[in-house]
Design a protein around this ligand. Sequence first.
Ligand code: EPZ
Length: 423
Amino acid sequence: MDSILVTGNGPLKGQIPIAGAKNACLTLMPATMLSEEPLTLTNAPRLSDIRTMTTLLQSLGAEVSTLQDGQVLAMSSHDINNHTADYDIVRKMRASILVLGPMLARDGHAVVSLPGGCAIGARPVDLHLKALEALGAQLDLKDGYVHAKAPLGGLKGGVIDFPLVSVGATENALMAATLAKGTTIINNAAREPEIVDLAQCLRKMGAQIEGEGTSTITIQGVDRLHGATHPVVTDRIELGTYMLAPAICGGEVELLGGKRSLIEAFCNKLEAAGVEITENENSLTVRRGDNRVKAVDVVTEPFPGFPTDLQAQMMALMCTAEGTSVLEEKIFENRFMHAPELIRMGAQIDVQGGHATVTGVEGLKGAPVMATDLRASVSLILAGLAAEGETTVSRVYHLDRGYEHVVRKLSSVGAKIERIQEQ
Ligand code: EPZ
């Protein structure tokens, strides 16, 4: 298992290009199942999760070609010849559940393995299943698999009332409803930019959708969808992560492709902490001089609130802040596993249930630490950039799931960072 060695090296300077969004691409790819015509995604990120989704779609009979150094995904699911998403693939990546809605809507039947446990929380899929039942599907759980059947003539439009906001369940319902007979209304829908991106792509394929980005989405089902080409939206979580690099180390970095509207709540917190953000035509510039960041409180919420996927990285910054901050994690019940690792680097953090109280320290010290999940891994790298001496982050396979070329991107702005291949 590779690890990453980071040595604190002072202020950063330069430009970092931001890739397409993992969490948009992972829902756009299954949308290919909704049509027999080709769907091409441009600006696709080059990540292990995208390769896992590729393997899954290919196992169902779809063709997926990776072009232009991996940034273009040319897909066609003309010949779907297998309707079972196998546990061996699904256990690697929960987003695999997103093939359920499209496959059911397209061919009226699907068998998908339940994703199983996750480091950051229980993460059930009950809302996905309830949404498809509201469209007339019959679902049976057997041997760890969901066996789904549409009524004769296919799924039927219906009203879906989500008791809590779920990104994935909204995506599954939205995709399935595009081919359901009649009108579907999704209430308390997720409003994330990845949902908006999915709706825009589906509309290009001929779907009739209104209200994406709001809490109520209305879909008029159509008989068939056609092919399209669609650019994947910028990755707002990668964007926020790299904005924190000059925030924690000082300096000035321009994030190419960055847009403030994708992470407004996060930008507001960063500015409240004393970091300068400038929006340019097609980038964001982040500056921090010699001033020490100030402690700010954070509560994670569904979009447009503060994203849970930036909580760990924000905690790394708060470890060096002036004063005490409280971070409340409201989305996942077990998403503070980076805290004990940051404490190994000299941070002062007290975790009580869903609240973490961080008392800022003058400086962190490098140490060997271990990544426990995707966002925790990059928060340790950020802390290492600001720490005195060397930090070695192990288990970086977590990182490869959601960040492409971390070492190259951070080195290009002056960070001292390298990947160590295990012998
Ligand atoms: C998506 O996960 C993202 N993953 C997550 O990013 C992100 O943290 C999360 O949304 C919240 O923003 C992808 O898009 C692939 P949810 P998802 O359904 O769809 C509960 C990363 O780091 N829930 O919005 O799985 C659930 O347990 C990842 O890139 C149910 O109870 O998240 C959680 O507490 C991590 N039943 C809450 O809802 C359900 O059927 C929100 O989960 C579904 C969800």
